[in-house]
Design a binder for this molecule. Structure first.
Ligand SMILES: [Zn+2]
Length: 217
């Protein structure tokens, strides 16, 4: 998933003409990030940025396979997913979005209280999606530059495993719950336009067919 109009991109550069308190704070944060990267503790620091698969690629429409080998190849895939997600300024990325049809996704996503959630899930299962249904802008790195008001539950619980095979349960609310539902959809071969109806669906199809990255027969 990607930043949408409703959410401020925290990686956006401050206006170079002014030095605001925010700009100084972001500089401090950047220094800390670089220091942490030197110690290899930032997810994706050892990963490779891979090309993204785009709408029209069959790998996005096929259900992904369960992971059965929790070895170094899986750890490397998680690193590549983080590196690719950060390079594309996404907040979530599924393995089939880099062409690997495996049930794995990564995220670095805030919720509506601006709490940051960073992690990865292997063989995830959406065990709960409930609460209020909210229609909010949603975008995807496989449909670059587009977004549409999409209905999602505002609470989600996902169970899965880490790349080391440890069981984990992830709870999400608000924008992060949206992200968890979006990424679980990817692993089932679904994309957010599948949730749209009526004029929203027609408009997105039209925009996607005219996009510079569109697959044309
Ligand atoms: Zn997506």
């Amino acid at each position: 998933m990607v930043w949408t109009s409703a959410y401020r991109d925290p990686f956006a550069l401050p206006n170079p003409g002014t030095v605001t308190k925010d700009a100084r704070l972001s500089r401090v944060q950047e220094d800390r990030t670089l220091a942490a990267m030197r110690h290899g503790s930032i997810p994706g620091a050892r990963g490779r940025v891979r090309p993204l698969t785009l709408l029209g690629d069959p790998v996005l429409r096929a259900p992904c396979r369960e992971v059965t080998a929790f070895g170094p190849e899986l750890a490397a895939l998680v690193e590549d997913l983080f590196a690719t997600m950060y390079a594309a300024r996404g907040v979530g990325l599924a393995a089939n979005q880099v062409g690997e049809p495996l049930r794995v996704f990564v995220y670095d996503c805030p919720d509506d209280e601006d709490v940051r959630h960073v992690g990865h899930l292997v063989n995830p299962r959406l065990v709960t999606a409930d609460g209020v249904v909210v229609r909010g802008p949603e975008g995807c790195l496989s449909l670059p530059g587009l977004e549409a008001g999409t209905e999602r539950y505002d609470h989600a619980v996902v169970e899965g495993f880490t790349a080391a095979g440890e069981p984990v349960t992830v709870h999400g609310t608000g924008f992060f719950a949206r992200c968890l539902q979006h990424e679980c959809d990817h692993l089932a071969g679904r994309l957010y336009p599948d949730h749209l109806t009526g004029w929203r669906h027609r408009r997105l199809r039209r925009q996607a067919s005219k996009a510079p990255w569109a697959h044309r027969p």
